[in-house]
Design a protein around this ligand. Sequence first.
Ligand SMILES: O=C(O)CCC(=O)C(=O)O
Ligand SMILES: [Fe+2]
Length: 314
Amino acid sequence: MPIPVIDFSKLDGEERDKTMARIANGCEQWGFFQLVNHGIPVELLERVKKVTTECYKVEREGEFFKSSTPVKLLKELIDKKSDEKLENVDWEDVFLLTNDNEWSPKTPGFKETMTEYRAELKKLAEKLMEVMDENLGLQKGYIKKMFNGGDTYGENAFFGTKVSHYPPCLDHSDKVTGLRAHTDAGGIILLFQDDEVGGLEILKDGEWTDVQPIPNAICINTGDQIEVLSNGRYKSVWHRVQAMPKGTRRSIASFYNPSYNAIIEPATELVQKENKLVNQFGYPKFLFGDYMSVYTEQKFMSKEPRFQAVRAAH
Ligand SMILES: O=C(O)CCC(=O)C(=O)O
Ligand SMILES: [Fe+2]
């Protein structure tokens, strides 16, 4: 079964209730869903594709990727005629955009386009957080406030954009993973994936399921912090990217995460409502910065030991 595709424009019309319910279902049953008619202008999305592809081609694809660790390790494996798979690397090229870092790309229009895109995506993330507040029965603005360290109007939450390219791996795509399986650490992730080259899969009911590419859709998923805050209603879901034999896959993931100083814990209303105690068996309370220290070391492992580690630290 394909992951849910939701017409986000219906949220503002007669089908609001149905659309809210579809989003609730996407969050509860899937952890991943795709939005169409999300309000981001197609013209902007086309420019984003153009500048990121150009930037990758001109500034990254050549020597930069060819001399990278995964390429070297794969060559060694093939030279050895080994049957093994590469376990500890990802077949990808990544650069991160935030408001603070210096954007190295020299591609004309890159900075302007990506600034505009990030502003639009941040608004979409905030709208979605309000939908989740409502669906969870929380006060409007609850998630944003918690992610901003308790400040309703805060702008301390982290909003980052990761531009990834997964080059083709010709005859050896079975020997390496584009991006190893993981759940995301943070809050809400908005993914603009390639129009054609697939490879993203989620673990649904024990089976790896494709996230089918839909041109100009935005794929939404939730991270470990939303799982904690929602007291387990919205579970972060395992996903991975397969290396493909043909075609470079572009994906642009934007992350709305808590500030490092934000304290994360299950929303009191949900704990009471569902009559679960926040004790050693429930979700922990912790500083998001502490969680990230653990996550950096344990990204490709399951989340439970991460929850345990931050519980012990608090
Ligand atoms: O590239 C993708 O499609 C997924 C990226 C991803 O899962 C991540 O950056 O956490
Ligand atoms: Fe991810």
